[in-house]
Design a protein around this ligand. Structure first.
Ligand SMILES: Nc1nc2c(ncn2[C@@H]2O[C@H](COP(=O)(O)OP(=O)(O)OP(=O)(O)O)[C@@H](O)[C@H]2O)c(=O)[nH]1
Ligand SMILES: [Mg+2]
Length: 460
């Protein structure tokens, strides 16, 4: 157990209704009793009960704030140690002065993520659940949040643990064979064991790998950039998607000079949407710089929305600009369709030799926007919508280990097919198991743990 008592401000900096200081460790209650003067003189600090009172500097006798304090006795706490929370007014100066008072009593300032690390080290949660806490804090959409909650609830842990259990059973069989190498009867039923590797190990591993691929979209989101000639209506589309007047819109070509980025939720996908300066030749110096930035955004984008002006028709400049983005995943938009009511619009258009479907929209009059969102969603998720129901999403670290585990499982199956010796089978089994153990945190090196918990903010 951690001999230190640690503390940190757990609420974000800035003003708020309340601010919370959290303390964990063997001296938490003693320190609370030193600084807290409860209104009720007979306060017994029952576990998990709130008490009203004041935090008073014991030497200066100065009142630091009026607070609610709660003591939570181990082990039913976030860290499984004794935990204290002091709920004061959400003023950073107040929070800081109380924290400093605690530090002056010998409490150590917690590292980022240390409370959650303790929860993991003390066995309350596994490593995937600890990582879920980071995802919960950073989720940008409800869908991302649901995935993180599923993981916090042990969703990923239980899926990985099921595979581990199957491997442990197989290992038992193989180990018996190692112990009795000279037995006449075949201890290992190679064929059925190979089948078991397929159904209980490889199939669920493949599924988790697919989920990692798709989960990445919902966790990290995608970057979509709006590209087109000046005045086609790019900034109007940004504003319409955000439902706010974020970017300046004028009839003067060359209005947008810098890139403007905002976040959007498209059916659960966090989308970073970027409006760019209309790309043309012969602009002034500022416009040139804006165009350079636009090009950088295009390079990094997961999807380009290439916008044409339906009223003006396709110009040679449109074609030339299109050539510069043609290799990116893209959607072709014809904006200002409200101005072309009288003339039929084509359903597709050939640009740079590609026959592309056209999405007709009016950014100004909010037409075709739902279809556009649907198309953006489809172009990133593809036909894999069924997955969404499951809510499990292994992250990059998990994925790397899952790939290794799958390779080991394939070697194991090949070994069974050629009836390899038990010693060799045992090696592949152990490799596969080792990777899964690392995912849930049974065998995870200190460096990896450091990398994970460094991502946390202070006080979590
Ligand atoms: N009728 C009509 N006008 C539109 C539509 N979308 C944009 N406009 C008008 O087109 C003009 C240019 O719009 P912007 O959104 O500023 O175009 P932009 O592509 O961002 O232009 P730059 O920033 O100069 O590259 C403005 O006068 C808009 O009101 C539309 O759907 N229909
Ligand atoms: Mg603009």
């Amino acid at each position: 157990m951690n001999p230190d008592t640690i503390a940190a401000i757990s609420t974000p900096p800035g003003a708020g209704g309340i601010g919370i200081i959290r303390m964990s460790g063997p001296q938490a209650l003693a320190h609370l009793q030193t600084v807290f003067r409860p209104l009720d003189k007979n306060c017994s600090f029952d576990s998990h009960h709130f008490y009203y009172g004041r935090v008073v500097h014991p030497e200066k006798n100065q009142i630091l704030d009026e607070v609610l304090a709660v003591f939570m006795a181990a082990p039913k706490t976030y860290t499984r140690e004794d935990v204290v929370e002091i709920h004061c007014h959400g003023n950073f100066l107040v929070l800081q002065s109380i924290l400093e008072l605690l530090l002056s009593l010998g409490v150590r300032l917690a590292d980022p993520g240390e409370f959650t690390k303790l929860a993991y080290l003390n066995g309350r949660i596994d490593l995937t659940q600890a990582e879920a806490v980071i995802d919960i804090l950073s989720a940008r959409t409800r869908k991302g949040m649901d995935m993180a909650l599923d993981q916090l609830g042990g969703g990923l842990y239980s899926r990985v643990d099921k595979i581990r259990t199957a491997l442990v059973q197989m290992r038992a069989v193989v180990e018996v064979a190692i112990d009795f190498p000279d037995e006449d009867i075949e201890i290992i039923d190679y064929e059925s064991l190979a089948e078991q590797v397929n159904s209980d190990v490889l199939a669920p591993l493949e599924k988790l790998l697919r989920q990692a691929e798709e989960g990445k979209i919902f966790r990290d989101g995608i970057s979509v950039v709006i590209v087109g000639l000046p005045n086609v209506g790019k900034s109007s589309l940004l504003n319409t998607l955000l439902q706010e007047e974020r970017a300046l819109v004028t009839a003067i070509p060359g209005t947008t000079r810098d890139t403007i980025e905002e976040y959007l939720d498209i059916k659960g996908i966090p989308v970073r949407i970027v409006d760019t300066a209309g790309i043309r030749k012969g602009g002034d110096e500022v416009e040139e710089l804006g165009i350079e930035r636009a090009r950088k955004q295009i390079d990094q984008a997961d999807l380009v929305l290439f916008m044409l002006d339906a009223a003006r028709g396709v110009q040679e400049e449109d074609r030339q600009l299109f050539i510069t983005v043609k290799d990116k995943p893209l959607l072709l938009l014809a904006n200002k369709c409200d101005l072309k009511k009288d003339r039929a619009l084509p359903d597709s258009f050939v640009l740079a030799g590609k026959d592309l479907p056209i999405i007709h929209i009016s950014a100004k009059h909010q037409q075709g926007i739902e279809t556009l969102k649907e198309s953006i969603f489809k172009s990133v998720v593809g036909g894999r919508e069924q997955w969404q129901e499951e809510g499990c999403a292994p992250n990059v670290r998990h994925k790397a280990a899952l790939v290794q585990a799958r390779d080991a499982a394939i070697r194991l199956r090949q070994g069974l097919e050629i009836k390899a010796t038990s010693d060799l089978l045992a090696i592949d089994l152990q490799d596969c198991l080792g990777e899964l153990d690392a995912i849930v945190g049974i065998t995870t090196t200190e460096d990896v743990l450091d990398v994970i918990f460094e991502q946390f903010c202070l006080g979590k």
